[in-house]
Design a protein around this ligand. Structure first.
Ligand code: DWN
Ligand code: ZN
Length: 417
C-alpha cells in the first residue's frame, strides 16, 4: 500500500483510452510517484504522510491521444481549497480579456444570449462579458466560485457533466457561447462533457476551448506540464476523433501563446469548416503527432534535460551562489520533484498568489513567499518555474538583470539568460 492513500478513495487506474476505448498503448515517460501539483502544504503538515500517485504518460495507438491512465479522484485535486488563481498572472488576465472581447464580437448577438464557462475559476473571463450577455460560471472549487460571485458572475459550485447540463438547460435555457479554458484536459469522462455541451449548445451556438497543445509539450514547451490534473494532452487529430462521436464539429482552430502554446478550438453544430482545420491536421501529420516515434524522441530529450539542469544547478551552488525560485506554478512542482530539487538548492520561491504564500511546495517542501521577499535575499539567479511568462517576468525584473542577476529557464533545455 503506497504511503497514505487507499486504492478505492483517491485513485484508480484505467486500462482503456478515454477517447476511443482502445487498449493498445505506448508508454512514453514514467515520472515516478508524485504528490498532486497544486497540493501546497501548511508548515504543520510537512511531516505528515503526503498523498503520492504514479505519473506515467501513454500514447494511444488507435486515436493518438496522449494521456495519463492513473486517475486521481477529482475531489482530491479540485474539491477542496484550490490554490490556482487565474487573476494572479497579469499576462493571463490580459489574454482572457482579449478572448472575451473576441467572443462577444464574433458570437454574442443579444443581451439575452447565455455565455457559460466550464471551470471559470475566479470569473476573470466572464467578468469581461457580463455587461453584454447573460453569464454563468460552473466550477467545483467553492473558494473560486465565491470569488467569481463577488465579481458579479453568477456561479455554480459543481463539476460540469451531462447531468448538470440538463439542470442548466431547464433553468437558463440553451447556451449561445460555451467556454472551457484549461479544463478539457482535466476531465476523465470527457465524452460526458461533450454530451452535456451537445445538449446545451444552441444550433447557432459555439463551444470554444483552450487546451495545452501536445506539439508544444514535446517541442518548445516542457515536460513539467505533465501532472495529475492534466489527464489528456491534446492534438487536434485526437480531438477530431473525440468530437466526431457527437453532433458537433471543429470549424476553426488557432494556436495561442498561453501555457507555452495552446490550441484554441471552435466547435459548433452546423457551422462551415474553415481551411485552418485541414491545414493544422496536415501540420500535425508532418510532425508525426499521430505516431509514437515522436513521443519516444521526447522522452529521450526529457532525460537529457534533467541531467543538464541538475548538473547546472549543482555547479552554481558549488560556486556559493544563491538561487531563488520565481513563481510557484503547478508545473513547477512536477519539475522540482522530478529533478529532486529541494531547499538545498532553492532558499525559497516567490509567488503572486495570496493563497500560495506561506505554504510549502508539495514533495519538495520549499517555502513560498510574497514577491516582496525576493530582493531582500539578494539572489544571484532566479529559476523561472513560471517559464511560460518569461518575457513578461524578465521585463518586470529588468532591475535585477541590470545589477548582474541572471535568469535560469529550465525547459525544454536548461539555459541561463
Ligand atoms: O491547467 C492549469 C494551468 C493551465 O494553470 C491548471 N492546472 C493550473 C495552472 O497551472 P500553473 O500553476 O502551471 O499555471 P501558471 O499560470 O503558469 O502559474 C503561474 C504561477 O506563477 C502562478 O502561481 C502565479 C505566479 N506568477 C508570479 O509569481 N509572478 C506569475 C507571474 C506572471 C508573475 O509575474
Ligand atoms: Zn484512443
Amino acid at each position: 500500500m503506497r504511503q497514505g492513500f487507499k486504492e478505492m478513495d483517491n485513485f484508480k487506474h484505467r486500462n482503456d483510452c478515454r477517447i476511443c476505448g482502445g487498449s493498445d498503448f505506448f508508454k512514453i515517460l514514467d515520472l515516478g510517484e508524485m504528490p498532486p501539483a497544486n497540493a501546497f502544504l501548511k508548515k504543520e503538515d510537512l511531516d505528515k504522510p503526503e498523498l503520492k500517485f504514479p505519473l506515467v504518460l501513454y500514447f494511444c495507438r488507435k486515436c493518438g491521444l496522449v494521456q495519463l491512465l492513473d486517475i486521481v479522484n477529482p475531489k482530491v485535486l479540485f474539491g477542496g481549497q484550490y490554490d490556482y488563481l487565474t487573476s494572479a498572472s497579469k499576462p493571463l488576465v490580459e489574454h482572457f480579456r482579449e478572448m472575451a472581447g473576441e467572443l462577444v464580437r464574433k458570437f454574442v448577438e443579444s443581451q439575452d444570449d447565455l455565455a457559460l464557462e466550464i471551470g471559470g475559476n475566479d470569473g476573470t473571463l466572464l467578468h469581461e462579458m457580463k455587461n453584454r450577455c447573460r453569464v454563468l460560471n460552473i466550477d467545483p472549487a467553492v473558494n473560486m466560485t465565491e470569488l467569481s460571485q463577488k465579481r458579479g458572475v453568477p456561479s455554480i459550485s459543481r463539476f460540469f457533466s451531462s447531468e448538470t447540463a440538463e439542470e442548466i438547460l431547464k433553468e437558463y435555457g440553451m447556451a449561445k457561447v460555451i467556454v472551457a479554458n484549461n479544463v478539457t484536459a482535466h476531465i476523465d469522462d470527457i465524452k460526458d462533457v461533450f454530451k452535456g455541451v451537445e445538449a446545451l449548445l444552441s444550433d447557432d451556438g459555439v463551444f470554444v476551448f483552450e487546451a495545452h497543445w501536445v506539439g508544444n509539450l514535446i517541442g518548445d514547451g516542457g515536460f513539467d506540464q505533465i501532472y495529475h490534473e492534466h489527464l489528456s494532452y491534446y492534438s487536434l487529430t485526437a480531438l477530431k476523433y473525440l468530437i466526431g462521436q457527437f453532433g458537433l464539429k471543429i470549424f476553426d482552430v488557432e494556436l495561442v501563446p498561453v501555457h507555452g502554446e495552446s490550441l484554441r478550438v471552435y466547435v459548433g453544430k452546423n457551422r462551415e469548416v474553415g481551411s485552418e482545420v485541414g491545414n493544422f491536421l496536415t501540420r500535425e501529420k508532418e510532425m508525426g503527432l499521430d505516431k509514437e516515434a515522436a513521443y519516444a524522441d521526447f522522452s529521450e530529450k526529457v532525460l537529457k534535460n534533467k541531467k543538464d539542469a541538475v548538473g547546472l544547478l549543482s555547479d552554481i551552488k558549488k560556486n556559493g551562489k544563491k538561487i531563488i525560485g520565481y513563481g510557484a506554478p503547478a508545473k513547477g512542482n512536477t519539475l522540482l520533484n522530478y529533478f529532486g530539487i529541494t531547499g538545498e538548492t532553492l532558499d525559497f520561491i516567490t509567488d503572486t498568489t495570496p493563497t500560495k504564500q506561506g505554504l510549502y511546495t508539495p514533495g519538495s517542501h520549499i517555502p513560498v513567499y510574497p514577491p516582496e521577499k525576493l530582493f531582500e535575499a539578494k539572489p544571484d539567479y532566479l529559476l523561472l518555474l513560471a517559464w511560460n511568462y518569461a518575457d513578461a517576468i524578465i521585463k518586470k525584473e529588468a532591475g535585477f538583470r541590470e545589477k548582474g542577476g541572471k535568469f535560469i529557464i529550465p525547459v525544454p533545455e536548461v539555459k541561463i539568460v
